[in-house]
Design a binder for this molecule. Structure first.
Ligand code: PMP
Length: 421
């Protein structure tokens, strides 16, 4: 399954890839059922990363496909610019705002996570402009954070290699990093920059791409408190955690957070269509909705509120509810934690991070060839991949069985054993 590059498809530039390696070791997926995907060579692989953290309800759902088909026949989409909208964007807005952690929220639909990040950062700056505090422009993010790779996401990246190489200090000026899990450190950065210059702080409840890093106890609550104290908007990036990954619909619920904005994508459709959104609190939306001279938010994307994507999101949330998949995710958190933690004893493992949400990172020692370990896993029927800090990415669909979770841990151990000799 990692055989030499077939000629076909040589024209594709992969995302975030060292292309010579990617072309030599390309893995082409052609099918999927539940927690399993099928390669072009016919191999069946357990999809441990759920695609890119998105396949929460699993692959191959006929009910979702039918909804997409019916919606496309009726109306593929109609945009939501100006006074025009489509009916599905409206019903999904009411449904998702009711499920979200912000009382009386509005939602602005986007095409994905990076879009949601860009909108939230723009809106934070716009908010303070309209408040008569135009100096509040700095966007804070945590070290190790991943917030997509559009303009703002690139600029606020907590992974240096995603931020660097585009000239000047940062693609978009006026961003700064805080330590990922140290409140005193965050407070020091705020004091140094001056809260009167800071617009917002963006945080993933559980850091994903940065290596699966859970919040220290009290950290997120404390960060929200700091933000409130200093009149800084608090933005939760729930692109990974939203729609059940931490056992509640949103991680904000689990950690008792009530942010000014919540970013969504991925799990809102489980990957069946590209869709993202930003939940926005009354503090931020009120002035845009209130009076004849309300300002216009100069933002929009052709596929904001794409009708077929929104219909698919409805079908996806139906499945989460009908199959009690949030409860199952909460249960699987413990199953995965128990199965994966013993790997911490392995001589090639630096650290195993698990137990906060149904996701885990197995960090290999720096001298272990992570991609070769991935090869060994692929050969044994397990798809995983290397994320930041030589960490194996594990966050399966919510439809995996307990046995499949055991299989993940067992297969990683056997793969690692091949490199101990
Ligand atoms: N925020 C977080 C926390 C993410 O994990 C991601 C994607 N991995 C994004 C934003 C960007 O989302 P997208 O790739 O859909 O633009």
């Amino acid at each position: 399954m990692t055989s030499a590059t077939p000629l076909a498809g040589a024209s594709l530039w992969h995302a975030q890839a060292h292309m010579p390696t990617a072309l030599a070791k390309r893995v082409t997926i052609v099918g999927g059922r539940g927690a399993t995907v099928i390669t072009a060579d016919g191999a069946e692989l357990l999809d441990a990363p759920a695609g890119l953290w998105y396949a929460n309800v699993g692959h191959g759902r006929e009910a979702v496909a039918r909804v997409a088909y019916e919606q496309m026949l009726k109306l593929e989409t109609y945009h939501v610019f100006g006074r025009f909208v489509n009916d599905v964007a409206l019903t999904l807005a009411d449904r998702v705002t009711a499920l979200g952690p912000i009382p009386d929220a509005k939602v602005f639909w986007t095409s994905g996570g990076s879009d949601s990040v860009d909108l939230a950062c723009k809106l934070a700056r716009r908010h303070w402009q309209l408040e008569g505090r135009p100096d509040k422009r700095i966007i804070l993010s945590r070290n190790n954070a991943y917030h997509g790779l559009h303009g703002f996401g690139t600029s606020i990246a907590g992974l240096e290699y995603n931020r660097e190489g585009y000239g000047s200090d940062s693609l978009i000026p006026e961003t700064a990093r805080i330590p990922a899990n140290d409140l005193a450190g965050a407070e020091a950065v705020i004091a140094e920059l001056g809260p009167e210059r800071i617009a917002a702080v963006v945080a993933e409840p559980v850091i994903g791409t940065g290596g699966v890093i859970a919040p220290a106890p009290g950290y997120l609550e404390g960060l929200q408190r700091l933000a409130r104290q200093h009149d800084i908007l608090f933005i939760a990036d729930e692109v990974i955690t939203g729609f059940g990954r931490t056992g509640t619909m949103f991680a904000c619920e689990r950690f008792g957070l009530e942010p000014d904005m919540v970013l969504m994508a991925k799990g809102i459709t489980s990957g069946y269509a590209p869709l993202g959104g930003v939940l926005i609190s009354p503090r931020v939306w009120a002035r845009f909705f209130s009076s004849d001279d309300a300002p216009i938010l100069r933002h929009g994307i052709t596929y904001s509120g794409h009708a077929t994507a929104c219909a698919v999101a409805h079908a996806n949330i139906d499945i989460l509810e009908q199959e009690h998949l949030l409860e199952r995710s909460a249960e699987l958190e413990g199953v995965l934690h128990n199965a994966i933690q013993p790997l911490a004893d392995h001589p090639l493992v630096a650290e195993v991070r698990s137990g906060t949400g149904f996701l885990a990172g197995v960090q290999l020692r720096a001298d272990v060839p992570g991609e070769a370990v991935v090869d060994a896993c692929l050969d044994a029927g397990l798809l995983t991949r290397v994320i930041h800090n030589n960490t194996l990415h594990i966050c399966p669909p919510f439809v995996v069985t307990d046995d499949e979770v055991s299989f993940i841990a067992k297969t990683v151990r056997v793969a690692l054993d091949q490199f101990t000799a």
